[in-house]
Design a binder for this molecule. Structure first.
Ligand code: SF4
Length: 285
């Protein structure tokens, strides 16, 4: 079996992310980039890379961690996030579902078919709200090539064509309070992120979320991994087909503001407020 040269492998990771930032113009000079830092390998690699590129691309860097309230799991991620931010001398701001909405994810998960449904809605909301308050020009997430094609195929399977506008390495600013997201790991497969973390002995939180196995994403991930092991290169081909398709679906969703909380929303009442109201209604005697 061929052994990997750590220096060459790290250079491949850095060069791939660097060219995504450059080719897709993810960052403008002077901007403040806030990294969504969960403490997992993808977000820690994103922080590592951006802290290395700060001078070259001339931007400032901060991070935000969200505690969803998943017992036996999230606390370890937050610990890894704090350590990474400290080691790289990056300011870290923390928010939690409990403080913002009055409940932890664990408290409400039974209402839904999958923990990922409420988690996704509330985390997206809180990440954006916190990053906006921090003055972020861009919100960098750790989405890798696998995450992107899983999301793409899930939307495809649900015929949810509106979501196609949310794909790609950079989202446009479609509302003054909606911080545009960027994905520096867009062309890096998940397996390579894991190899990078192990090879460089980086402290990351490797455990799987206890709710992950109930999601459609987990099934899609297994399916794609199977396909890739039989036909190497399939994942990259899907991303390339998607990139061509996505150019034809750039029409943006119109955004206004939620009449309850004032956060950006394409609906009168945003999904987070709608779900919080339902949960509170059920809780009240
Ligand atoms: Fe949230 Fe699902 Fe991710 Fe767990 S796997 S952190 S529930 S989105």
């Amino acid at each position: 079996m061929k052994t990997l040269d750590p220096e060459r492998f790290t250079a491949y990771i850095e060069n791939t992310a660097r060219s995504v930032i450059w080719d897709y113009e993810l960052i403008e000079p002077g901007e403040l980039v806030v990294v969504g830092l969960s403490g997992g390998k993808d977000s820690i690699l994103t922080l590592h890379l951006l802290s290395k590129f700060m001078k070259d691309f001339d931007f400032k860097l901060k991070a935000v961690s969200i505690d969803e309230g998943i017992s036996g799991y999230r606390a370890y991620g937050i610990e890894a996030a704090r350590k990474a931010a400290h080691d790289m001398d990056v300011e870290l701001v923390e928010s939690s579902f409990k403080e913002e909405f009055g409940f932890a994810l664990d408290d409400v998960v039974d209402r839904y078919k999958s923990g990922c449904i409420p988690c996704g809605v509330f985390r997206r909301y809180l990440l954006n709200k916190t990053a906006f308050k921090m003055g972020a020009d861009k919100l960098a997430t750790g989405h890798n090539l696998d995450d992107e094609i899983q999301s793409f195929l899930m939307s495809f399977a649900r015929a949810d064509f509106r979501r196609f506008t949310k794909f790609g390495p950079k989202l446009d600013r479609i509302h003054p309070k909606l911080v545009p997201r960027i994905k520096p790991l867009w062309k890096i497969p998940e397996r390579d992120v894991g190899i990078w973390a192990v090879m460089n002995e980086v402290d990351v939180h490797f455990a799987e979320c206890p709710y992950s196995q109930t999601s459609l994403r987990a099934k899609m991930k297994n399916y794609l991994n199977n396909l890739e092991s039989r036909r190497p290169g399939t994942k990259l081909s899907i991303l390339q087909s998607f990139e061509k398709t996505f150019k034809f679906h750039k029409k943006q969703i119109e955004m206004g503001e939620c009449t309850r909380c004032g956060e950006p929303s394409s609906l009168n009442i945003c999904k987070a407020c709608e779900m919080v109201e339902e949960i509170k209604k059920e809780e009240s005697p």
